[in-house]
Design a protein around this ligand. Structure first.
Ligand code: MG
Ligand code: MG
Length: 256
């Protein structure tokens, strides 16, 4: 069952998403060689708390009940998602996925960006471009009257034009009163399947695109890496199906 948000719920989700978007603005100057990833995490947490919100990932349990220890997931190169920030310093040539969630007054926003630590090679450049474009292709299908898998198909089709592969073990999701709500939104599959999309549904769409194999493995409690250790990129927006279209709630040009 996919929930349809009320206007009041949407206002609250909008605010959580604004905070997430502005948290990215707060870390942009840190995405340079030499910054330890823990510093990025601290800046994320500080900004989110300054807005009367809390970092949604901190304490979030994995399937075994182990709590995520940080505010942001920071995943470098072959790390796909769920990297735990630590003392490692960023280096030129890396691509670095930052995933941020915030909860305010019981409502959630979720977004991810992959940053280039310049200069980066052509493969990483194309991978980032393919993934951010694939996200926008998926978002363009999040319209009233379409089916859920139209999003999935659009993401995968676009990534394939670059001869890259999409991760299958991890998916996008509904969001609102919980960080992860129904439905799951795979980044692959045939179009025209699944529930019909309706006005005021809210989704986090999040392609993870790999330069090599789509296969991933989990190391320890959280970290997901590509099986062939080739790089991976991740972009995510929270969107609402609105006025027959998709409106992006985590756009990064908001004031805060
Ligand atoms: Mg998400
Ligand atoms: Mg996320």
């Amino acid at each position: 069952m996919i929930s349809i948000k009320t206007p009041a719920e949407l206002d609250a989700i909008r605010e959580a998403c604004r905070i997430v978007a502005c948290a990215f603005q707060a870390i942009e100057s840190l995405m340079v060689p030499g910054t330890p990833t823990i510093k990025i995490d601290e800046a994320v947490e500080k900004y989110i708390r300054s807005q009367g919100a809390r970092p949604a990932f901190k304490g979030y349990p994995n399937p075994e009940g182990k709590a995520f220890p940080a505010s942001a997931c920071i995943s470098i190169d072959e790390e796909v998602v769920h990297g735990i920030p630590d003392g490692r310093a960023l280096k030129a040539g890396q691509i670095v996925g930052v995933d941020i969630g915030a909860e305010k007054e019981g409502f959630f926003g979720d977004s991810a960006v992959t940053y280039a630590i310049h200069p980066i090679d052509e493969l990483r450049k194309r991978l980032m471009q393919a993934t951010s474009e694939a996200l926008m292709c998926g978002i363009a299908k999040a319209r009233e009257g379409n089916r859920l898998s139209d999003i999935s198909h659009a993401v995968e089709s676009h990534a394939r034009t670059y001869h890259f592969s999409v991760v299958r073990d991890l998916v996008g999701h509904g969001i609102g009163r919980k960080l992860h709500e129904e439905p799951q939104i795979p980044n692959y599959g045939s179009p025209g399947r699944g529930p019909a999309l309706r006005e005021n549904m809210v989704f986090a769409i999040e392609p993870m695109v790999n330069a090599g194999t789509y296969e991933v493995e989990t190391i320890g409690d959280w970290l997901v890496v590509t099986r062939d250790r080739k790089p991976s990129a991740h972009f995510e927006h929270t969107i609402v199906v609105k006025n027959g279209d998709a409106e992006i709630l985590t756009l990064r040009n908001q004031s805060g």
